[in-house]
Design a binder for this molecule. Sequence first.
Ligand code: FAD
Length: 660
Amino acid sequence: EDTSTQSQTDVLIIGAGPSGLMAAYWMARYGVDARIIDNRDTKVFLGHADGLRARTLELFDSMGFQHRVIQEGSISTEANIWVPGPQGNIIRQAQIDIFRVDESPFHNTRLNQGRIERFILDSIREHSDLDVERSVIADSLEYDEELSNDPNSYPITVKVRVLGEDDSNPPCGQEIENGSEAADNVLNRSNLLPDDWADLAPRKKPRKTQVETIKAKYLIGCDGAHSWTRKQLDIPVEGSNTDHIWGVIDVIPLSDFPDIRRVSVVNNAAGTILVIPRERGLVRFYVPVQTCEAGATERFDRSKITLELIRARMQAILAPFTFDFKECSWWTVYQVGQRIAAQSTKDNRIFLAGDAVHTHSPKMGLGMNMSMQDGFNVGWKIALAVAGTLKPEVLETYASERHPLAEMLLDFDRHWSPIFTDRKPGAKASDMALIAGRFEDFADGWKVFYPASSLVRKAEDNAEFAFARHMIPGERVRPVKLRNHADGGTQWTTRVLESDGRFRILVLAGDIRNPMQRQRLETLTRGLAGQSGSNISPLSRYLEIPGRFKSPVDVLTIHTSPWKEVEFFDFPEILRPFDPVKGWAYDKIWCDDACMFDRYCDGTAYEKWGVDRVLGALVIVRPDQYIGWVGELGDVEELTQHLDGILVKKSATGEFDQAL
Ligand code: FAD
């Protein structure tokens, strides 16, 4: 009996780990026809990655669920260094602050990957009926290069196996998480939160394994370190396994070590461990278990490493403090691979994201963050291109923006890892500070260094723009807290700038009590409405996002007049439009004024952004929360030119403009 079926989809995502789910989020937000498959039976529940950088939390805020992470996670604000003391003991050598008060409302937080996947999955469901198809394995890939220039074609053919009850082959692609057997032994309802219970039961499988042939316009390979997609495309990887082999355990520690609930590095003659406090009383330990010949490229025999061996190593390194545990929720052993794929796209039709592009040591907690940010970057671009609203050539910016970061990540890891495993104590604190200093902005995600492109208009020589000195195109909007003009409530910009799929024009209106400034604001709004000389309105000029938004461009106003001295209705109507069902758009006018009840809302947004409080400025924020363009308040024409390079214009008849 032939069970093979054929189907087509606009976007196929292979792999539902952190990077695949972030890409899928955008498919859900834009409502595009997409599928996401994964060879595993269920999502991840325990262990795996657990470090969230503050920048990732900023993105989660724009997606609407950072509060769930804050509620469940454990925040780390400092790192402690322990070294051998004079009497064979270990002593605390340094306490290093690992947060910057002014940079972000969020701090580095620890929470297991399974919970992060839960939150993204819930968010996807909130916006569409896209769901992960599990126990589905991608088996073969064909790509027709000749079709690559036609955005409406389906150049990709993937054969997948939908596993049935009859299939006894274990799913492939799980080598790196080789602690999963350990996890399975303890996986039960009692150590999961109730909203994960439904996912615990493996899904009902068809009686017989089925083969499906899926034709797709775009493919995103988010299939992890051993990426199947990358191998099908014959994309080489550079780098190798390192000689560092680590045990990783998530346990409830029984110990008198004073920093057991603080991030710490402990070095002594027996080795170096990393202590990472986690949610629900857990602590994660990274423990070196074996050193291969330097430069070894073969994978080592992990079956020799047991939980008991890791426990004994921990006890030796923490001595004379005590260490033991009764509860271990997850453990694994792995050999760190430092590798980077030579490219992250094929013709801008097939893309690789996350661990499929870069692998490195997990000790700095960057892998999941970088992977999610890859998925976030590629997802909105593909979804908006499929919707017909984004010019397909903009897809080139995925590789030009993310690949250099993958290279930086590897560079960072190569500098960091040796310091971590090097046992010479004296150098530690200063070396760590040096490396932390050099990579701080990058590691925390404050700077992403996106270069000039159709999406990012830089000033000549990468200089600052005088009218918005700290709004740097290609970087994030530095988060600030603002007051909603209509109700006076406060909100961080990370939430105000919701990742709903639209480009956002920030009208930094300045002080509208000033008559000259009011005049300028009115000139600007005539420009936005298409009533000025050029007769073009950037708000109605581009194709809609079908089923979601009439315009892919939204407007948000932030002014500096004292909250009590101007009225919502003082602002021109185009900045606070009226909807016959929902009424006035009260969420569109915000105020940079100090607020008595909320000390974070201190009226310093313009100062932090380097913008004149009277004259204001104009800024375009991309759907993924990065700054694309900055200009003076009156620069509507230039702003529109910038968007013309990105978005597809409606033709005079309202149809697709073929002569782009
Ligand atoms: P993955 O999470 O690997 O997801 C890939 C998915 O694709 C898998 O579900 C796989 O089953 C599926 N797949 C593969 N092949 C196929 C196929 N042919 N067909 C269908 N599906 C397929 N990162 C951090 O940021 N912070 C940390 O603290 C941290 N700690 C870590 C600790 C450990 C022990 C490990 C192992 C990793 C850690 N990482 C950490 C790294 C982090 O887990 C990864 O960087 C992250 O999971 C990568 O996400 P991804 O979506 O790219 O890939």
